[in-house]
Ligand binder design. Structure first.
Ligand SMILES: Nc1nc2c(ncn2[C@@H]2O[C@H](COP(=O)(O)OP(=O)(O)OP(=O)(O)O)[C@@H](O)[C@H]2O)c(=O)[nH]1
Ligand SMILES: [Zn+2]
Length: 180
């Protein structure tokens, strides 16, 4: 990736020998490896068997998980918050693992819709929950810094599975818990 960044910088018309840029291809390669590290992670590895027996059958909501991703069309950041809820059936997931699952999929080239459903499907399969709801609200740099240049719009996407899809009351409970 480092060699490719050197070519990209040169093609911008910049001087790669300039002191400020000498190490930039290496830094950019390292930064983009970090921003896409989700490709080298697996769900099993990040969850690390942190599932705990529980009698609770009430809704669990983890809100405002900050999220940084890259849009797959322009490779520019989209940044926002992810809210995750599920209703357990005998076992609950370690709290931090919810955020780790968000990151495994956010740290890839994504569109927001797929990211939202990948998180929901993973929480569902890992916990065997009765239902899962995921909402992401994000701002896309490709729409702000360039292109249509709209600074204030936000995209909201949701993925509702199991009882969150079939039961209106469950979905409403989730949405009411998020209202501030
Ligand atoms: N649905 C969806 N679209 C996205 C996402 N991220 C970026 N896009 C859109 O992807 C589209 C790509 O459109 P193109 O016409 O191929 O590319 P473009 O010429 O750069 O488009 P503009 O952004 O309108 O200038 C744009 O409308 C982007 O706003 C996303 O997460 N979800
Ligand atoms: Zn984009």
């Amino acid at each position: 990736m480092e060699q490719h960044w050197a070519k990209i910088i040169e093609s911008m018309g910049e001087d790669l020998e300039r002191p400020g840029l000498v190490d930039t291809p290496k830094r950019a390669a390292k930064a983009y490896a970090f921003l896409t590290r989700g490709y080298s992670q697996s769900v099993d590895e990040v969850v690390n068997n942190a599932l705990f027996p529980s009698d609770s059958s009430e809704m669990i909501v983890v809100e405002d998980i900050e999220m940084y991703s890259l849009c797959e069309h322009h490779m520019l950041p989209f940044i926002g918050k992810c809210h995750v809820a599920y209703i357990p059936t005998g076992q609950v997931l370690g709290l931090s693992k919810v955020a780790r699952i968000v990151d495994v999929f956010a740290r890839r080239l994504q569109i927001q819709e797929s990211l939202t459903s990948q998180i929901a499907e993973t929480i569902m399969s890992v916990t065997n929950a009765e239902g899962v709801g995921v909402i992401i609200e994000a701002q896309h740099m490709c729409m702000m810094m360039r292109g249509v240049e709209k600074q204030n719009s936000r995209m909201k996407t949701s993925s509702m599975l199991g009882s969150f899809r079939s039961e209106q009351k469950t979905r409403e409970e989730f949405l009411s818990l998020l209202q501030r």
